[in-house]
Ligand binder design. Structure first.
Ligand code: AMP
Length: 587
């Protein structure tokens, strides 16, 4: 790990802009330094920080691997995969506290920002944050808000596959190729088709699903194990949360193992979530698992075909397929690529790391770093965006129809105006309802919000109303509408987080600031305690007592400030763990 000192190569007058991959299961932070992108390690020395937030008994917040340990024994005090709910109004309960998905994301961002500040030895105010290409306007706005709440000036939000392509483009500027980036993370799936030529990266089309990822593959395995007992996953989760939480942990391990091995055994916890000394097991082969995942693979094929169609390319026209996201390690996905494109994927970079590295390249482009001055990138808007219109059928008016203003996969930034008309004479108001999607009727598309256009000048039915959609480089939509000679109205779209006023954002920030984070320097110690607690649940009752006692002494020592006493309690705990064959670095 290189040492970053205050005398490093950062110009002091320019704020350092970090790159952040805010992932469903893991997040990473990066920086562009000395002509190249680098990852920054967290307080534990890891590059991957689990996107998990936990609340300790005493109300302190833990983020990352300490929260992951806590989740096994106290899932009710932890939240994970909340990226899936970004932009939704729902609240997630952690113990007696409630958080919105963007508040939880802001806690992860804050923790990454602190890690970067500690490693780079400088204050961090600016960031580029990556989002799945298929994130809609609500989800993007929620991400930006999470950044603001974490005290970050979000310079740009960039699509994850675009970030991956930037790394590819950074290293292969001279190439001339059609690329397809397949990004299957923990909770989202994106596919992007692009062209690289002479340092220019041109995104041609992107498609995906924001509710499909590695967690669904794990869920299929958990369901398969449970269905042997005719139990449904949702029901089991309600009735035996600890058992399902432990079983999911075992299935997650098995899924990863099946990326290397042909078969594996899954240990089965009992009804209370404990493992017997010789637990029952469930044997699963890679081939069986692949078969189980067939319905998920069919969902993956759809967006790939759509993106290729939009880019007017056939699978054979793609020169390189690049894989991004931890779930692309699954052989079922790699076999699919060979079948579909007739060639194996390129695996130059660690699929977990490439998006964060790309965010740092984007930060360098924003900062006009000399190392990227010959690179140009163009991106697209992944959705069709438009408004609701009324249609006339033989003198009868029927509302609920969708009229596009921006077509999917148009190059951004873009600003486009369309003319609509009033339906009645002397109409004074119009409620413009904005939707995203490709369906003919708005009921089948996603509602993004509304814009009230008031004070229209008197006139006959059919008088013009101009509607302008502007989609910026971060993928955020602004809608403007006006009648000739009338006042101009702009979004703020209603019914999502955009609605928050600056005062409300300040209030949300204060609420987050008031939370007490568990001290960063002690996070490793906290993680060890949670690990030992988790292992207690896995041990046979006859082996528990010694570890139980060592853990009691350790937790008591953590609460006091006697360094010597703590060091000896920690040694004892590590010794007991090791005598039981449990090395916490392996887990
Ligand atoms: P990401 O959101 O990109 O961090 O992706 C994390 C997802 O990748 C999780 O669902 C993991 O289960 C999955 N994953 C990570 N490593 C492997 C592996 N070796 N085999 C299969 N899935 C993996």
């Amino acid at each position: 790990m290189p040492e970053f000192g205050s005398d490093s190569s950062f110009p002091t007058e320019e704020p350092v802009c970090i790159g952040i991959d805010l992932g469903t299961t893991h997040s990473l932070v990066s920086v562009f330094r000395d002509g190249k992108p680098e990852l920054i390690s967290n307080a534990h020395g890891d590059k991957l920080t689990p996107s998990i937030v936990g609340v300790l008994q005493d109300g302190q917040i833990v983020v990352g691997s300490a929260a992951r340990e806590l989740r096994v024994t106290a899932p009710e005090r932890c939240a994970w995969v909340f990226k899936r709910y970004m932009g939704q109004e729902r609240k997630l309960k952690l113990g007696d506290k409630e958080f919105t998905p963007h508040e939880l994301s802001s806690l992860v961002l804050q923790s990454l920002r602190d890690d970067a500040a500690a490693q780079l030895n400088t204050e961090i105010t600016d960031a580029v944050i990556t989002v799945p290409a298929y994130f809609n306007d609500h989800q993007r706005t929620a991400t930006r808000l999470a950044g603001e709440m974490a005290g970050l000036n979000v310079r740009r939000m960039i699509n994850e596959p675009t970030a991956a392509a930037l790394v590819y483009g950074f290293h292969a500027r001279e190439e001339e190729k059609n690329l397809c980036v397949i990004d299957l993370g923990g909770g989202t799936f994106d596919v992007t088709v692009m062209e690289v030529f002479e340092g220019t990266l041109e995104i041609r089309a992107t498609a995906g699903e924001s509710m499909l990822g590695g967690e669904d593959f794990t869920d299929r395995m958990v369901s398969a194990v449970l269905s042997g007992e005719d139990t449904q996953l949702e029901l089991a989760e309600l009735q035996q949360p600890l058992r399902v939480s432990r079983l999911r942990g075992e299935c997650e391990k098995a899924k990863r193992l099946l990326s290397k091995e042909e078969s594996c055994k899954i240990r089965l916890p009992d009804q209370d979530g404990n493992f017997a000394e010789k637990p029952k097991t469930y044997r699963l082969t890679r081939a069986d698992f692949s078969r189980m995942c067939d319905p998920l693979m069919q969902r993956i094929a759809g967006p790939i075909a759509r993106a290729l169609r939009d880019a007017e390319l056939d699978p054979k026209d793609i020169d390189d397929v690049i894989l991004v996201g931890g779930s692309t390690r699954m052989p079922v996905l790699r076999d699919f690529v060979v079948d579909y494109f007739g060639k194996p994927p390129i695996i130059d970079h660690d699929p977990d790391e490439v998006v964060a590295l790309g965010a740092a390249v984007q930060a360098a482009l924003i900062g006009q770093d000399a190392a990227v001055d010959d690179m140009v990138m163009t991106d697209v808007c992944p959705f069709t965006l438009g408004v609701e219109v009324v249609k006339e059928f033989g003198g009868h008016m029927q509302d609920g129809y969708f009229k596009p203003v921006l077509h999917r996969n148009c190059t951004i930034p873009i600003s486009r105006e369309e003319v609509f008309s009033t339906v009645a004479a002397n109409q004074t108001n119009v409620t413009l309802r904005v939707f995203q999607g490709d369906a003919r009727k708005v009921a089948d598309n996603t509602a993004l919000g509304e814009l009230e256009v008031k004070g229209l000048p008197p006139g006959p039915a059919g008088s013009p109303i101009y509607v302008r959609f502007t989609y910026d480089l971060s993928g955020v939509l602004e809608v403007e509408a006006y009648a000739p000679g009338g006042e101009r109205f702009r979004t703020v779209l209603t019914n999502h987080v955009h609605q928050l006023s600056p005062a409300q954002i300040e209030e949300a920030k204060r609420r987050i600031d008031a939370l007490k984070f568990y001290p960063r320097d002690d996070l490793d110690n906290q993680k060890l305690a949670r690990f030992a607690e988790r292992m207690l649940g896995e041990l046979h009752p006859s082996q528990r007592q010694q570890l139980d006692e060592a853990l009691d002494i350790y937790e008591d020592a953590m609460a006091r400030s006697d360094r010597e006493h703590f060091a000896s309690a920690k040694d004892t705990l590590l010794m007991v763990l090791s005598s039981l064959g449990l090395d916490h670095e392996d887990h």
